[in-house]
Design a protein around this ligand. Sequence first.
Ligand code: HEC
Ligand code: HEC
Length: 252
Amino acid sequence: MLYSRGLRRIGSAVLTVAIVVMISGSALLLGSDAAEPPVRIPSNVAWTATTIAKASSGNPLRGLIIARRCDRCHGREGFSSSPAVPNLAAMDRLVVWKQLDDFRSGKRSSPVMQPIANSLSEQDTADVAAYYWMMPIAPDPMDDRAFPQPLPDPKHEAVAVRLITAGDGSRGLPPCQACHGPIGLVTGAPSLTTQNAPYLLEQIEAFASGRRANDINLRMRSIATQLTEEERQALSESYGAGLAPSAGPPAR
Ligand code: HEC
Ligand code: HEC
């Protein structure tokens, strides 16, 4: 009798524990579904002396070999033949390094780039970044680049030039060129002057909707949400047509 009562008590204790575990487990699951982790910790990369040194430590010759895995989408010289795929030629090595780290950690989601970034070690990442950084932006008749795209209509061009060079004080929008160059360059901000229009538009829309949320301090999300649809198009078209002021090839 005593034995079976003891057993029952143990049994109900086990059941209680099991129920508590189930409830708290599902609460945890629900919690992680409802929260938006990338918004709170947008990137594992913070620009410290250590990360900058790591991202700058690449060997472009090793990178040249690794980059052959990227050719079919990003082009042999870092200029893509598809306007939806970003050009990497001359892209700041810190930018390439950060984006690859963000794809790897899932802070920037891309079903295409995540497995590719996962296949690269930290050293490979720095090496391939050093390679693209060295690639010239000068036109090469031998490659099949989608850049530049056709000129936008003059009305769109005027809208874009104003936002790129002056911003819009009434909405607290700084000029794009204060962070993306050539006037100023924020660490981790890519030059946009040789980027493809459809890719740029897609990224602006992604920042605006929060689908892309790997920008440190909400810099791009807070700007993109304020741009009208027409401005997003105008900016993408003007950069994609090579109209934006450029400082020429980046200093190395
Ligand atoms: C199958 C096609 C494909 C291959 C192969 C590929 N990429 Fe990509 N890559 C893409 C696409 C598409 C994007 C845009 C992702 C998005 O929509 O956010 C991208 C984005 C990137 C970006 C972000 C650029 C930016 O402007 O933010 C980097 C950096 C990059 N790729 C590096 C590489 C490297 C390095 C390799 C080779 C080791 C590689 N990719 C191979 C298709 C590819
Ligand atoms: C306060 C600085 C700042 C300003 C101003 C700014 N940006 Fe950015 N932008 C950034 C940073 C930093 C990134 C890189 C985010 C990351 O880490 O992924 C970025 C990324 C981008 C990207 C993604 C590019 C790529 O290769 O994936 C686009 C597109 C973009 N910005 C467009 C614009 C436009 C258009 C303007 C002007 C209306 C603008 N930005 C103004 C800081 C800025």
